[in-house]
Design a binder for this molecule. Structure first.
Ligand code: 5GP
Length: 185
């Protein structure tokens, strides 16, 4: 038996974290996935409290100041995202395993603040595949293209900091592997 604990799923931009989490939720509807707070605007179809807690800059500042965030980061230099601590601690306290889908910066903070957390790195099947996903449409100029690839190389190098590496070669297979790591299957 695994004792329920916090699992962090992180990985490079465009590796498909969201898709793997959706597949995981479909396999395990009762799974507790943390709902992050963010200062970005909702996209069409996104529901406050379901996909994110959409907050203002002032509200986010207050949450950070009051120690309500388990971790938080400025993602892509644009908006802040953070994990509200209370909901996570409540579920863990009830014996429910919790999943966080966050960026690499956030994963590093969780490692420091909760050393018992299980850090899972979602990796692309190959560098070529990630490159294709990042710049595949070819709609960006050469400078933006180079910037994205440089970021991706740095992000891939973080793999060694994680407890487990799951390759996203097939969404269902990757979701099943994460589920096993969480003790759900
Ligand atoms: P999006 O704006 O596309 O929903 O998410 C952008 C990025 O923010 C994703 O890479 C996602 O992993 C990251 N992210 C979402 N929630 C959090 C969070 O609570 N903390 C951190 N550190 N990153 C997050």
């Amino acid at each position: 038996m695994h004792s329920p604990r916090l699992t962090v799923l992180a990985g490079p931009t465009a590796v498909g974290k969201g898709t793997v989490v959706a597949a995981l939720r479909a396999r395990h509807p009762g799974l507790a996935v943390s709902v992050s707070a963010t200062t970005r605007q909702p996209r069409p179809g996104e529901i406050d409290g379901v996909h994110y807690h959409f907050v203002t800059d002032a509200q986010f500042d207050e949450m950070v100041r009051d120690g309500q965030m388990l971790e938080w980061a400025l993602v892509h230099g644009a908006h802040r995202y953070g994990t509200p601590r209370a909901a996570v601690e409540e579920r863990l306290g009830q014996g429910v395993p919790v999943l966080l889908e966050i960026d690499l910066d956030g994963a590093r903070q969780v490692r420091r603040s909760m050393p018992g957390a299980n850090l899972v790195f979602l990796a692309p099947p190959s560098w070529e595949e990630l490159e294709h996903r990042l710049v595949g449409r070819g709609t960006e100029g050469p400078a933006e293209r180079e910037r994205r690839l440089r970021t991706a190389r740095t992000e891939l190098a973080a793999e060694s900091e994680f407890d487990h590496v799951v390759v996203n070669d097939d969404v269902e297979r990757a979701a099943a592997e994460v589920a096993r790591l969480m003790g759900l299957e």
